[in-house]
Design a protein around this ligand. Sequence first.
Ligand SMILES: Nc1nc2c(c(=O)[nH]1)N[C@@H](CN(C=O)c1ccc(C(=O)N[C@@H](CCC(=O)O)C(=O)O)cc1)CN2
Ligand SMILES: NCC(=O)N[C@@H]1O[C@H](COP(=O)([O-])[O-])[C@@H](O)[C@H]1O
Length: 193
Amino acid sequence: MLASGSGTLFQALADAAVGDFPAHIAALVTDRDCEAEARAQRAGIECVRVAPGSYSDRAEWNHALTSAVETYRPDLVVTAGFMRILGPEFLAAFPGKIVNSHPALLPAFPGAHAVRDALSYGVRVTGTTIHIVDEGVDTGPVLAQEAVTVGTDDSESSLHERIKAVERRLLVEVVAALVTRGVIIDGRKALIP
Ligand SMILES: Nc1nc2c(c(=O)[nH]1)N[C@@H](CN(C=O)c1ccc(C(=O)N[C@@H](CCC(=O)O)C(=O)O)cc1)CN2
Ligand SMILES: NCC(=O)N[C@@H]1O[C@H](COP(=O)([O-])[O-])[C@@H](O)[C@H]1O
């Protein structure tokens, strides 16, 4: 898993990946000092930080990130609040294997500030999207979506917390389905048989 923030989605998967759950987290890879790293340490999950500032340019960072993740030979790469755009080398290393959780009903509100943008727009319903990551930004084939109603008194924080509660459940469900049943990608369609 890749994360940059508080790591509650990482925590949800770490908590679920016990007993006969069909997957385990090989490692957490981060791009900055973040609470997710402390969660990984407490969970006994290896954590590696690949910070852009340690590299001369974006391509070198992307290469280092690719190498770091390849070390674990993952069947799936899950980005959960990972706030960096993955470059071509990374995408080519894990074709069709990178899954992202986004806090909006794509294609609405892509990017790094989806919850803020949805509130600003005044939508009455938003939600979350779990999708395959492609070379675009939040443009990959959709695996799952779930709606979340926007309350009249919602702040960005209160709305995002309700969306995260849905994400934490949906991401665990989708990861389990992917590792047990795979995915058929046909253009913009991603079907878990
Ligand atoms: N190639 C892709 N990489 C990533 C995707 C994707 O769809 N394609 N999804 C993101 C996660 N994400 C939304 O879900 C997202 C994260 C960050 C950004 C963004 O604009 N980041 C800026 C820097 C932000 C910062 O420094 O905090 C940037 O990278 O220039 C957009 C969308 C994971 N990667
Ligand atoms: N565009 C990327 C993006 O906004 N991702 C969002 O970051 C949060 C991470 O929560 P967490 O740090 O508590 O797991 C999640 O809501 C995820 O959808």
